[in-house]
Design a protein around this ligand. Structure first.
Ligand code: AMP
Length: 212
């Protein structure tokens, strides 16, 4: 399965990506997680990305596209992948299409998680992130449900002032890829409001119709 997950920040992409990647046996490739890992290690890439991330803006395409192109050459992505947080604009979508066309491995589907804006703000401002594995948790969690890590923190960009900026960036730059993928005949939209398991079920049922 070669899948892209799209949706505004706070739609639950990270959470669903973990379940879906394990369901399909493909790696979960999150560009946000890769950037955060680089920030933590203080690499040159991390230093370059930091200012953009803290401000809720997109890291420049040249940096992001090269990083994804490299990640897709890894052995674990040979039989499929789940991309979460990429593409984030139409240029990135075109670059991804070109990378995959070269390998003759086109996308199977693009899953859009649809959710109203008022729910997003509440979710993001109460979200905590695991410092060890990057998985998101709710505000009451004392340990990460994915890896058991107990160091849960609030991402700099989940603070109220940055959330508004991220939503603007989504509307202006990322929402146009919905149209791009609808035109390509790849778009599947599901309602992302509800219990986590319920949404995973909606996603796998919708995707079962695309590819057995
Ligand atoms: P995320 O964890 O997906 O919400 O990403 C966190 C931040 O990483 C974003 O607000 C951007 O600053 C940066 N980022 C992640 N993915 C991309 C991308 N595809 N293009 C540009 N910047 C990105």
């Amino acid at each position: 399965m070669r899948l892209v997950l799209v949706g505004p920040p706070g739609a639950g992409k990270g959470t669903q990506a973990q379940f879906l990647a394990s369901h399909y046996g493909v790696p979960h490739i999150s560009t946000g997680d890769i950037f955060r890992a680089n920030l933590k290690e203080n690499t040159a890439l991390g230093q370059e990305a930091k200012g953009y991330m803290d401000a809720g803006q997109l890291v420049p395409d040249s940096v992001t596209n090269a990083m994804v192109k490299d990640r897709l050459t890894w052995e674990d992505a040979a039989n499929g992948f789940l991309l979460d947080g990429f593409p984030r604009n139409v240029v990135q979508a075109e670059v991804l299409r070109a990378i995959l066309a070269e390998k003759r491995t086109p996308l199977d589907a693009v899953l859009e998680l649809s959710i109203p804006n008022d729910l997003i703000i509440g979710r993001l401002s109460s979200r905590r992130t695991c410092r060890a594995c990057g998985a998101p948790s709710g505000p009451e969690a004392t340990a990460c449900s994915a890896c058991g890590g107990v160091d849960l923190y609030q991402r700099e960009d989940d603070k109220a002032e940055v959330i508004a900026k991220r939503l603007d960036v989504y509307e202006e730059q990322t929402a146009p890829i919905i149209h791009f993928y609808r035109t390509e005949g790849l778009l599947i939209t599901i309602d992302a409001d509800g219990e986590i398991a319920e949404i995973t079920e909606r996603a796998t049922s919708a995707l079962a119709r695309v590819k057995a």
